[in-house]
Design a protein around this ligand. Structure first.
Ligand code: PRX
Length: 651
């Protein structure tokens, strides 16, 4: 496990919070002091302050059986009530919860009262379809209000959702349905993307036909009106059921440790992991970070997180954090450039968005298009910008602050993961002096360290492996159905410390810089992909004998998938004659098997792969090649001339 820290990170720019911002900031220094004085007590105070408990907890943290943590475990609450009913009861029913903007331009404002009503109806429908406490529901929907309603309706009845990103293939959906043994799938006829209808229902039908048979019912939202097959006895339309259902639904309270959702994410092996999150601890940290990191003033702010609900960012910062905090937010269905490249900025202007949370890859794409596009719109409503998903390079940070933010508003770079459930490292706006490119400091109540490979803490200005040294409320509670994998993946390396899989460096001020993954996980446009998963997809193609995949640095997407494939002898001749066609076929194959996000940028057909004497593929050398760098040290290769041969072929 090596961490590359050879590229010097010399960033000397610092930005003090403006006195006006600091004067009205939500966060204050007292949070750090309180957490330092009593970390566990600090979280108990946050849980009481931010959430409404049906039965108050008396125990804050049980860490008697690490790595299995329990937070607030004798307390009971209903997560959906915390996101909805209690706001209506507090007189906020008329506040807009969601400004929905469809890609074709249709729009709809949904108040907290309306959203609560819809969730209650949907909860009644789910129960009518036989879904109960602890049952799993797969959600495969576009970014439409029904996605939020579905998640909250599942939570309301104590079932467990597993949202699958709409871009995933039927195979990926089927394996997720099977792993969680989902009883119900909620989907739509289709969604709008890049000006076209992308059908979802046929993918669900295909996935169910490939799966092991746990699915009993499919609930289908009509979004696009395209023709879809309906299987009698199994498929039910949302509009036929939810609209007519009763709006009365008495919520039950569930234990704080009751699983709220499973979310699959890529790891170092071929099989995605079902990360399990809890109710009370998860919601506490999602709400706390959403409020303090984004400086949320819910009465006046319009918040917009551009992530899809298919990813953890959409769970914590589109659904649970903002709704627990009674925020008003924008939900946008489509892509940033449809029907024109200024679409996002048009939305910011239309809804007077004040807080924007997005990924560096999007910012870099906009940088390429030039400032004249955002400059056509009035972006003066913005007062805070956030970044997530991958390291943000200082140039992109500065561009974001200046061109989008007008030059003086805070930009917070937030580090966290599917597994951490909520933000772990970030500046707090109004308090922290900002430093472009660095995620900076752990949030109050979070303990982070940087260790060398042998587990000794790295002192002073140096780099190593990022760990979380104490349990935190929104930590994953495990991997669905696989406690051993949970222990092995995160806890084996450093015993009682959580190993995040990221390299990091501390600078002279003590600020943390994230240096990317140190394992075989890639980060493409802020999406996590596993080299092993793409390799096994390539090897599953009848032409492929062997495959190696690397994440190569890419100017826009952060990393890009680059594959090196050896074809089977029987295929070699024909394909050798037309390697372009062979690599196109393999690129398509991966997109069909996993999803378009996994499609390799390049597939190189080669005759050899660089291997050590023990037969391990040296991906480091392939990465050098893919990034057009001088090939590194080849002395441990079984045949040191191999890289020369492969380089010739790749040319
Ligand atoms: O490598 C880190 C990177 O994204 C990984 C987590 O991916 P995922 O579980 O899909 O969650 C993404 C959204 C929270 C991390 O291990 N990452 C995430 N945020 C940052 C980051 N790397 C650097 N800086 C960040 N702000």
């Amino acid at each position: 496990m090596t961490v590359q820290i050879d590229h010097a990170l010399e960033e000397i720019r610092r930005f003090r919070p403006s006195p006006e911002f600091a004067a009205q900031a939500v966060a204050d220094d007292g949070l750090y002091e309180a957490a330092k004085a009593d970390r566990v007590g600090f979280w108990a105070d946050r849980a009481r302050e931010l959430l409404t408990w049906e039965k108050p907890f008396t125990r804050t943290l049980d860490w008697s059986n690490p790595p299995f943590a329990k937070w607030f475990d004798d307390g009971e609450l209903n997560v959906a009530v915390n996101c909805l009913d209690r706001h209506v009861e507090a007189g906020l029913g008329d506040r807009v919860a969601i400004h929905f903007e469809g890609e074709p331009g249709d729009s709809r404002d949904i108040t907290y009262a309306e959203l609560t009503d819809e969730v209650k109806r949907a909860a009644n429908v789910l129960e009518g379809l036989g879904v109960g406490e602890g049952d799993r529901v797969a959600i495969y929907l576009p970014m439409i209000p029904e996605a939020v309603v579905s998640m909250l309706a599942v939570a309301r009845i104590g079932a467990i959702h597993s949202v699958v990103f709409g871009g995933f293939s039927s195979d990926s959906l089927a394996s997720r349905i099977d792993d969680a043994e989902a009883k119900l799938v909620i989907t739509a006829d289709g969604g709008y993307r890049k000006g076209r209808v992308f059908p979802l229902k046929p993918t669900v039908d295909e996935a169910i036909s490939k799966s092991a048979g746990s699915v009993e019912k499919v609930l289908v939202v009509k979004r696009t009106g395209n023709e879809v097959g309906v299987e009698a006895g199994r498929d039910v339309w949302w509009h036929d059921t939810v609209a007519g259902a009763s709006g009365e639904h008495a919520p039950k309270a569930f234990g704080a440790e009751h699983p709220l959702f499973i979310l699959y994410t890529s790891g170092t092996t071929g099989k995605p992991k079902g990360v399990v999150h809890s109710s009370g601890g998860y919601l506490t940290q999602a709400a706390f970070t959403h409020k303090n990191v984004f400086d949320l003033h819910p009465e006046t702010d319009v918040y917009w997180c551009t992530a899809d609900v298919g990813w953890i960012t959409g769970h914590s910062y589109v659904v649970y954090g903002p709704l627990a905090n009674a925020a008003t937010q924008v939900l946008y269905e489509g892509t940033p450039d449809t029907p024109h490249p200024g679409r996002w900025w048009e939305i910011v202007e239309k809804y007077k968005v004040s807080i924007l949370y997005t990924a560096p890859t999007a910012i870099r794409s906009f940088m390429k298009l030039g400032r004249q596009i955002p400059h056509q719109f009035n972006l003066r409503s913005l007062r805070l910008l956030g970044s997530v998903g991958e390291p943000i390079n200082p140039e992109a940070w500065i561009w974001y602050r200046h061109v989008i933010g007008g030059g003086s508003i805070p930009v917070v770079d937030t580090w966290w993961q599917t597994e951490t459930g909520a933000i772990m490292i970030s500046a707090l706006p109004g308090i922290t002096d900002l430093k472009p490119g660095s995620a900076q400091v752990p949030i109050p109540g979070i303990s982070i360290d940087i260790l060398s490979d042998d587990g000794t803490p790295v002192e002073g200005e140096d780099g190593g492996l990022l760990v979380i040294t104490e349990p935190w409320p929104s930590m994953l509670r495990g991997i669905w159905g696989d406690p051993e994998r949970f222990k092995e993946t995160y806890w084996e390396k450093f015993g009682d410390k959580y190993f995040a899989g990221d390299g990091a460096r501390r600078d002279e001020d003590g600020d943390i810089w994230l240096l990317g993954r140190v394992d075989d996980v890639m980060n493409v446009s802020g999406h996590r992909l596993s080299t092993a998963e793409i390799e096994s997809s390539l090897v599953a193609h009848p032409w492929t004998a062997e495959a190696a995949v690397v994440g190569a640095t890419d100017e826009t997407t952060g990393q890009a998938v680059v594959a090196f494939v050896i074809l089977k002898q029987s295929q070699a001749e024909a394909a050798q004659a037309d390697t372009a066609a062979a690599s196109e076929e393999l690129r398509k194959h991966v997109a069909t098997q996993i999803g378009a996000i996994a499609r390799p940028r390049q597939v190189f057909i080669v005759n050899e792969l660089p291997k050590t004497r023990s037969g391990k593929i040296m991906r480091r050398l392939l990465r050098d090649l893919a990034e057009g760098r001088q090939i590194g040290d080849t002395t441990t290769l079984a045949d040191t001339s191999i890289m020369q041969i492969i380089s010739e072929q790749v040319k």
